[in-house]
Design a protein around this ligand. Sequence first.
Ligand SMILES: Cc1cc2nc3c(=O)[nH]c(=O)nc-3n(C[C@H](O)[C@H](O)[C@H](O)COP(=O)(O)OP(=O)(O)OC[C@H]3O[C@@H](n4cnc5c(N)ncnc54)[C@H](O)[C@@H]3O)c2cc1C
Length: 425
Amino acid sequence: MNSAPECKSYYAATVNDSTKYPRLQGDEGADICIIGGGFTGLSSALRLAEKGYSVTLLESFTIGWGASGRNGGQLIRGIAGQPALRKEYGPDIEAFINRLRWRGNEIVEENIKKYDIECDLKHGFIDCAYKDRQMRDLEAEIESSSVLGMEDRFRMVSAEEMNEYVGTSVYKGGLYNNADGHLHPLNLCKGEARAATGLGAKIYEQSPVLSITHGKKPVVHTEEGTVRAEIVILAGNAYHLLEQKKVGGILFPAGTFIIATEPLGNNLAGDLMPRDLAVCDVNEMLDYYRLSSDKRMLFGGRCNYSGREPRDIKATIRPRMLRVFPQLKDARIDFQWGGKIGIVINRIPQFGRIGNNVYYAQGYSGHGINQTHIAGEILTKAICGQMEDFDVFAKAKHWKIPAPRWVGNNLVALGMVYYRMKDLL
Ligand SMILES: Cc1cc2nc3c(=O)[nH]c(=O)nc-3n(C[C@H](O)[C@H](O)[C@H](O)COP(=O)(O)OP(=O)(O)OC[C@H]3O[C@@H](n4cnc5c(N)ncnc54)[C@H](O)[C@@H]3O)c2cc1C
């Protein structure tokens, strides 16, 4: 078996749980077999174990090895693909979108509290606008929130006030809210894995799934073992190539990249990020950044829709960081890494079933921490017989590009040129 390509992230260097799980060897049975040890797999494993199911989770490499353990750590409201959902379902979908808007954040916070997970959770987030039209979009979000009685969570921030929130003059203003936030995602993965195994779930690392034999009781095969289950959940997102007949051509891996500076010290960190918020600009090709708990700037951006990694991540991301914070020109870059997110053309997360008993959830197009935790809850409810939320996503139509993945990726990359142009206008 190939060993995992190492991810030299800030998170890997500061992980607080060194638990190693064994490789699957031999044949086992379980109610539920989950493929993939990211947030989709882990949040499903935890919810299902809480419900009393016997769960076995198989991960190719190590828990949190994929996007979940390498991301920007921004815990952000919302589900992707809302315009497409509205088009598909009309105005009735509004209540559904609003019910789920913050649900993943709530689940994360519940898990942290209930299972005592140390992952540096901080509250506070600001969406930043470069343009007047983006400010108008942010104002519209407050207006729609007032209908829901959620307007207290938000505050518009003018260009003049911006320095109290983020120490830069590049923005026209922003939308602050205190219900989003940021955290150390790999430590959350490890904590959720620990919580699930504490409830009896079994986790196997270094156990890539090679195939699934379908049937009344599907069998999941790894190199050295099998798991026979009532139900299988496919949670490999942008990193798996299983079941391509059904899920091939609908999801495209895109790269996004992060650098971490040296610790900046209290004074500089306080000047740049006086409220220690998570920050995203609202461009389609967005920058996202925040401080780590040891006061490094973790700055991410540049979605690469060709699926190819830039040869030098630092050379690509650092100029973007200096555009926002010229004050960091002398800051050493200690870490640089990237990972893959699953892009869906209409942005609606993809839920579905292959046959009756192999479920999948994937394609969160960025806002993954919130949505993966929603996915865990929706999959658990579906398995318990409550199909309503699952069906809303499962019935949404998706474009399928019936061509090899590299062709699809290049088409998506081409489509993204449109969004780049939109950001510039
Ligand atoms: C650099 C980066 C920054 C991001 N920033 C943010 C952010 O700030 N906020 C946010 O909300 N979202 C962010 N995202 C998106 C978010 O991380 C993802 O949407 C989310 O983590 C997806 O979780 P997942 O469990 O579905 O997939 P993953 O976390 O990718 O997990 C899939 C797992 O499945 C395993 N796997 C694949 N195939 C097999 C197989 N055959 N057998 C066994 N295991 C298999 C993989 O090894 C992997 O560990 C970012 C993503 C990246 C890459």
